[in-house]
Design a protein around this ligand. Sequence first.
Ligand SMILES: Nc1ncnc2c1ncn2[C@@H]1O[C@H](COP(=O)(O)OP(=O)(O)OP(=O)(O)O)[C@@H](O)[C@H]1O
Length: 442
Amino acid sequence: MSVKSTSPLHARPKELRLDGFSLSVVEGPGAGASLRARMSEVSVGTAEGNDLVLLDPTVSRHHFSISATSDGYLLKDLGSSNGTWVGGMRVLSGYVEPGARIRVGRTTLLVDQVNEDICEALSPEDGFGPLLGQSSAMRRIFAALPRIASSDTTVLLEGETGTGKGVLAAAIHEASPRASGPFVVLDCAAIAPTLIESELFGHVKGAFTGAQADRAGAFEQAKGGTIFIDEIGELPLDMQPKLLRALEERSVKRVGGNQRVKLDVRVIAATNRDLRTEVNRNAFRADLYYRLNVVRIHVPPLRERTGDVERLARHFHAELVPDKPIPDDLLESLRRQSWPGNVRELRAAVERAVLLDDPAILALGSEAPEAAEGDDEYDLDVPFRVSKQKASDQWERGYVRALLRATSDNISEASRRVKMDRSHLRTLLRKYGIRGDEERGG
Ligand SMILES: Nc1ncnc2c1ncn2[C@@H]1O[C@H](COP(=O)(O)OP(=O)(O)OP(=O)(O)O)[C@@H](O)[C@H]1O
């Protein structure tokens, strides 16, 4: 497998060329069907919408995907019921050679290399709005963004936590003809399931206890702009048909109301799960998945685009300390880590190192504790979002304490130093019961 650039040496390549491949059904129902990959990733399963639709009832709706990458053909099982098998081994994720036979249910497929390359355009830029990256993976996304932003299509963003899906959604809105309209964020993971309908669609006075006045939901607030539905994989099953209807008819009905209101809203949704796997296990409705999956962007984790660590770290450092370059030892230490919390974690590590002016503090970062910590560190008996919130609160409390110590409790100086809005800092102080010096804060 090779990656070929069409540009002269030393110039930034304008496209990524990957070895093309085909998939053919060689045994089982539908034998003879085949597909020549036009895009770097193709999906296979019995559901319409897959690139290769199989007729075998023992195959899952979204069974596996195979991608041409610069390291080879990457096969991924999508949470199928019967598994994906190569050479008698069940494969969750792994590289396969041309000539490999993949068995799914009663069907066998053959992977073959073809002469025609798969060509992916790369942006010459190393950013798109506030979103930065110099890796091919990010420049591939940047190349597609202007066209995506200028259209009105629904976009589904997939990627691990902290990879930048929120920034990406905002950047699409900012580059779209709707930029002067509102950008409204609704995080399904942060709202109690019983309140989601009213948060999305609003309610009328008296619709439920506590509904003391009519209230517009996120869809209505986003009128003329974009609604960003974050963590859509957490949307309760009973809400999914209601969202589907809103997307199809571009209209909403407030809880307790009896009129549907037409709305001009663009929808961007994000998830840190693979929704195809959720569809397979009936946790996400297939019809809603298809309605959302008009344009799908997968934002890769930072460990798969290590070339971006330096670019991002320099940027975060320069935001805080514009007049000094990032120290080499800090950069070196950042490059060596694998960043399970992705860009969010990298940003926090740079901020911590700057604040405490000590690169050694990075030992508190991702890699070192992974080896030292026991699993009991994590409370697995409470929901994920509660655990995550607790950890994030602990970090925030420590950060604010350190910040105040470093600025001798001077709120004004503290907020200037880390470019945090003063009222937000005050809110955090109240939240954690920490006292700062408001008088000198001026
Ligand atoms: N490519 C990028 N360039 C600049 N900043 C980035 C980039 N990606 C992420 N960030 C920064 O990392 C942090 C996390 O980003 P964001 O909240 O968009 O991630 P996310 O994928 O939406 O996470 P979650 O799934 O937890 O909501 C933010 O501070 C954001 O500014």
